[in-house]
Design a protein around this ligand. Structure first.
Ligand code: DGL
Length: 262
């Protein structure tokens, strides 16, 4: 079974792409809405959340992991696989497949992401190593606005204000936060048809297909778990995958007891 995790519903865009590539894989999705947004958290908090998500998914029987959250990518660069008994080849994250897919893409690139992703410098490093020139811009409030259902008009006004100073300076816009493709139509409206919008989900899904097939063949069961119930999450699940039950777990289930006395 594949485990996919994110701070909330952003990762559903990655799940959708993976589902298209690997329809027979069993997938358990974890959305940590109770602690969203991740993009505003410290590196230490994100490393802890990542560890907890991997450990939770492992206990539920997951054998491969896709991190559908750019903000935790730096945490996945830590050597925690040994500690959790997960093989590195069974973890897929966003940065590698995205950077690879951008090699040779013509035009001036602008990457938009959360503060945590930009602060980690992980895309910047990958692009530097690959000789890709790219500007970066944080959109600090956007993931939370999307997650918690702010109106399209408010989201459009926010994106417009943030991107206005960069108008005319880029040809390709990279959506390096998995929440952003949920409002790709709004980005498209703001930047206009001369700018190409790049959603990394496809590159990640192709990586998952190459890496995880055929070992992750099952009967195509999808399961959803969140740490806080929201109407938006249920509606997005129904929109992408049809009606599915959504399990709500207490945050404590991501906080396994650490006392030695246990
Ligand atoms: N969707 C996640 C990302 O790709 C997290 C966004 C957030 O919770 O701030 O970065």
């Amino acid at each position: 079974m594949i485990g996919i995790f994110d701070s909330g519903s952003g990762g559903l865009t990655v799940l959708k792409a993976i589902r298209d590539e690997l329809p027979s894989a069993d997938i358990l999705y974890l959305g940590d809405i109770g602690r969203a947004p991740y993009g505003e958290k410290t590196s230490a908090e994100l490393s802890l959340f990542t560890m907890q998500a991997l450990s939770f998914l492992g206990k539920r029987g997951v054998t491969s992991i896709v991190s559908a959250c750019n903000s935790v990518s730096a945490s996945l660069a830590l050597s925690l696989y040994d500690a959790l008994d997960i093989q590195a080849s069974h973890i897929i994250e966003m940065v590698g497949p995205t950077a690879k897919a951008l090699i040779g893409v013509p035009g001036r690139l602008l990457l938009v992401a959360t503060p945590a992703t930009i602060r980690a410098g992980i895309y910047e490093n990958a692009f530097t190593m690959l000789g890709i020139e790219c500007e970066h811009l944080t959109l600090p409030e956007l993931a939370a606005m999307i997650e918690f259902g702010r109106s399209e008009a408010e989201i459009e006004a926010y994106i417009r204000t943030q991107l206005e100073p960069r108008a005319g300076s880029f040809d390709v816009l990279i959506l390096a936060c998995t929440h952003y493709p949920l409002v790709e139509h709004i980005f498209a409206k703001v930047v206009g048809s001369s700018v190409r919008i790049f959603d990394p989900a496809l590159a990640v899904a192709e990586r998952a297909q190459r890496r995880l097939w055929p070992q992750e063949v099952g009967d195509g069961t999808l399961s959803f778990t969140v740490t806080q119930e929201t109407l938006q999450f249920r509606e997005r699940v129904a929109h992408f995958f049809g009606e599915h039950p959504v399990e709500v777990i207490a945050l404590e289930q991501l906080h396994p007891p650490t006392s030695r006395a246990q």
